[in-house]
Design a protein around this ligand. Structure first.
Ligand SMILES: [Zn+2]
Length: 154
């Protein structure tokens, strides 16, 4: 599975084929891997607007296809009060640090974790599983209530 990155509109829930003619505001566009749009759609529905949503896998160690560092990274349009999502699933965290050389603030929701391939599932299956688990976590939330709370916050 190779990440396929493209512009996706979370308002119409469609891939943007022609960015010059697409009718929606760019505020509803996300640069996403195709596997990540389910997460992007759910966050957007809560008023937590992503700008990018991508996954990555870096092989660790010397044994081929054995150990990986996995990331699911969602950059957000603005900082939100993270208490609206309550306790995040294991490995997930908000990042608000200013670590970039130009001091631009990081506004990110991300999963990071090591994964050892013991042969029970493939890397693709592990990525799909992490994505599905986070989608289920988001589905367990009241998105309308979260959206309303975020609108009241500065
Ligand atoms: Zn659109």
């Amino acid at each position: 599975m190779i990440p396929i990155i493209a512009q996706y509109c979370m308002e119409c829930k469609e891939w943007i084929e022609d960015s010059d003619t697409h009718k929606c505001s760019k505020d509803s566009w996300v640069l996403a891997d195709k596997e990540m749009v389910g997460i992007a759609d759910r966050l957007y529905g809560m008023g937590i607007v992503p700008t990018t949503a991508m996954w990555g896998a870096t092989e660790l160690g010397t044994a081929k296809d054995h150990e990986y560092f996995l990331t699911l990274e969602i950059n957000l349009r603005r900082r939100i009060n993270e208490s609206v999502l309550d306790k995040l699933p294991e490995g997930w965290k908000f990042h608000w640090e200013t670590v970039t050389p130009d001091q631009s603030p990081v506004k990110m929701l991300a999963y990071t974790g090591r994964w050892i391939n013991v042969g029970l599932k493939s890397l693709d299956e592990r990525i799909a599983e992490l994505i599905q688990e986070f989608e289920e976590f988001l589905d367990s939330k009241d998105s309308e209530a979260i959206k309303a709370v975020l609108l009241l916050m500065p």
